[in-house]
Design a protein around this ligand. Structure first.
Ligand SMILES: NC(=O)c1ccc[n+]([C@@H]2O[C@H](COP(=O)([O-])OP(=O)(O)OC[C@H]3O[C@@H](n4cnc5c(N)ncnc54)[C@H](O)[C@@H]3O)[C@@H](O)[C@H]2O)c1
Length: 365
């Protein structure tokens, strides 16, 4: 059997989940890894039991010296664009971790190279493979809600600042907004068929991240991203998206996810609002309820959801990528959608910096 030859760019935390998934596939072989921290790629490849695989301290060098079909880009956010562009230009298909990039201009540059090279570029939103998320999309797409005009989403953690490379602008670029906010945006936008964003008015804060009372002093001193943001986003089709996301706050939840439609409404409750760390709508959800009128009387119906299958979602995202590579298919989670997710993140950053509403322009690529 011909195996798909895969390289890993960035051998930190999340690369372990990629490799764990690829390891279960008989038609995949990990042949190389690269990380800019000296010795880190070698250590990871040995730990993953790939002593034959080549280790590099530069992604470019790995791409030049190794014959690869595809790569997983698992670097921190600020180097997503450069690594994915280099890989596409080297002729590789790319599974890129979320968020797509930090800025919209980087995401658009990436889309241009994707188009020029004709290679697959898919973005790693594994909650898409969660059966409960698929059920929510099925309900929204079914037309049962009528015209959806207002959506509230977000969520957040009461205490959940991740530390490490996630809290510095230099490496992460963006904080809670891009780390967990991008999931909430993806779930709602995907459920609605990814309507185009038009304007955004946003605020962001860093009160907890910078305060040694809530964050270890060494982390507080280098904290340079958001730990909370809120935004009011206008989408095409006269839809409003009300979004908030938190890594830390004095509250159990920023609320339920709500889809308000002209015929019915859908409420998605957080999985565990009491948890200090949980509550982000990253594929976890609690009760889902449909609010509607029956014979003229307002009533509501709990929606039975499939049993959670979360552990498998990561495998499914990697498998969908490998299948697309093998079959010459299209990206399972395409940049034509995720560019709008990135455009909103970019708009939230710009609006919170300038203090007023900003317009969102996404180039046709
Ligand atoms: N899908 C998920 O469930 C999930 C979960 C956690 C993190 N992530 C995403 O994965 C990415 C990485 O997160 P992490 O926790 O693994 O971070 P990490 O800091 O543990 O690992 C990132 C690694 O990339 C390396 N790196 C950075 N730039 C590089 C470059 N130009 N060339 C080669 N190596 C480079 C770093 O040295 C580091 O070892 C982030 O974008 C994050 O948003 C996704």
């Amino acid at each position: 059997m011909e195996k798909i030859r895969i390289g890993i760019i960035g051998t930190g935390g999340i690369s372990n989940s990629h490799v764990r998934s690829y390891k279960q596939m008989e038609d995949v072989e990990i042949v190389a890894g690269a990380d800019i921290i000296p010795g880190k790629a070698r250590e990871a490849l040995d730990r993953w039991e790939y002593p034959e695989a080549q280790a590099f301290e530069s992604a470019q060098e790995m791409l030049e010296k190794t014959e690869l079909d595809a790569v997983s880009v698992c670097t921190y956010n600020s180097t997503h664009a450069e690594c994915a562009i280099a890989a596409l230009k080297a002729g590789c298909h790319v599974l890129l971790e979320k968020p797509m990039t930090v800025t919209l201009s980087d995401a658009q540059a990436l889309r241009r190279v994707e188009k020029e090279t004709g290679k697959i570029l898919t973005i790693g939103f594994q909650p898409r493979y969660d059966a409960r998320m698929q059920k929510i999309k099925e309900i929204v797409q079914s037309g049962r809600l009528g015209q959806v005009y207002y959506v509230q989403t977000g969520g957040g953690r009461r205490r959940g600042i991740p530390g490490r490379t996630f809290i510095e602008k230099r490496t992460a670029g963006v904080g809670a907004l891009a780390d967990i906010g991008c999931y909430s945006l993806d779930m709602c936008l995907n459920a609605m068929g990814y309507p185009k964003p038009l304007t955004v008015s946003a605020v962001s804060y860093d009160f907890f991240g910078k305060n040694p009372k809530y964050t270890p002093p060494e982390d507080a001193a280098r904290f340079s991203v958001d730990d909370f943001c809120g935004a009011f986003i206008r989408l095409e089709g006269d839809i409003t998206l009300d979004f908030r996301m938190s890594w830390a706050m004095h509250m159990d939840t920023t609320g339920n996810t709500l889809f308000l439609g002209t015929d019915a409404g859908l409420k998605v409750e957080p999985a565990n609002p009491e948890s200090l760390w949980g509550g982000a709508w990253d594929g976890s959800c609690g009760n889902v309820t449909l609010f509607h009128d029956d014979f003229g009387t307002p009533t509501h119906t709990p929606i039975p959801l499939p049993v959670p299958d979360k552990s498998d979602c990561f495998y499914k995202k990697c498998r969908a990528f490998v299948d697309a590579v093998k079959e010459g298919g299209t990206a399972p989670i395409p940049t034509s959608q995720i560019i709008y997710n990135q455009a909103i993140i970019d708009g939230i950053i710009r609006s919170s910096e300038c203090g007023h509403e900003v317009e969102i322009h996404v180039d046709e690529i």
